[in-house]
Write a protein that binds this ligand. Sequence first.
Ligand SMILES: Nc1ncnc2c1ncn2[C@@H]1O[C@H](COP(=O)(O)OP(=O)(O)OP(=O)(O)O)[C@@H](O)[C@H]1O
Length: 365
Amino acid sequence: MMEENKRVLLGMSGGTDSSVAAMRLLEAGYEVTGVTFRFYELNESTEYLEDARNLAERLGIRHITYDAREVFNKQILEYFVHEYLAGHTPVPCTLCNNRLKWPLLAEIADEMGIFYIATGHYVQKVKLEDTYYITHAVDPDKDQSFFLWGLKQDILSRILLPMGGITKVEARAWAAERGFQKVATKKDSIGVCFCPMDYRNFLKNWLVSNGQILVGNSWPWSAMVKRGRFVDEKGNFIAWHEGYPFYTIGQRRGLGVHLNRPVFVKEINTEKNEVVLSSLSALEKTEMWLKDWNIVNRERILGHSDIIVKIRYRKQENHCTVTITSDNKLHVQLHEPLTAIAPGQAAAFYKDGLLLGGGIIIESR
Ligand SMILES: Nc1ncnc2c1ncn2[C@@H]1O[C@H](COP(=O)(O)OP(=O)(O)OP(=O)(O)O)[C@@H](O)[C@H]1O
């Protein structure tokens, strides 16, 4: 195990947050090295690389570029498309953070003999009885803790989070006061980096260029993604849809269905290419099961009745009790019914502001 030193490897995306993070780390006395990952280049734009490089130069810090496009394509894009083809709702940002971004930072830092790793995430961390936890950011509108439930102690023990203690407004002012106007006025990034607005177009384009490789010649993707039936809970035809992968459980908008009552996607039947629509109350569930889970400290979560669970970044918090099943899944007993629980999505657990873990939803009832 490497010894602690005052050196830090910072993930620099070229955006406001990681740029301000670089300045804050420098002012706190760290020797900062910046790394920019090439994950995915929207419209083939590499302006973010230039911005990160220019900032590093102006700050007088070392900067490297790491080409992660191939691994991003395999681990994130292919997974993303596979999940929709399986009728699930994927969580690419969660996966990228937990399996790609932070582990890559740790790996590169190890190679460079750097102990600390950092990002511009809006989260904080605390150490309680020898265990590190992620906690909420000071800025509730920016809090990104929901994405980081998969991090384990080997990573948590060495991460620095210079943005967790300030608000976005303060971050912009911080850059402006120091003469970094471009950093101060950059637009916030929105949504998923490779499809910020609408995943359906991304999915269509991706399948047209890569579908054959992904699904195989024996069962072309075009056989899976085709017009199908919207049905009610009894199986009665309501309207035509564009193909089941273009819908998500809980979805209301963009269905192209006009009835005299609001309807939501309740189920996706991949084999029949059918999408079941219902009232919102029919989507209520009180139990769910998770796979690929991570728990930071079992004693603080298992069997307790006052655990908070979140299933969406911006969605409300619910109370639950968490246990481990005999086949090693997490069972989540919700204390109030929850709607729009989609397989493939993540659930994150909190108590007293500590992020206690999370997992991927496989089933709900
Ligand atoms: N391409 C990248 N290379 C290196 N680090 C990255 C990259 N993309 C994101 N990060 C790191 O992960 C953090 C969170 O990224 P995310 O895209 O969720 O947030 P953001 O609010 O848009 O951040 P920023 O304003 O720094 O772009 C960033 O602050 C940065 O430290």
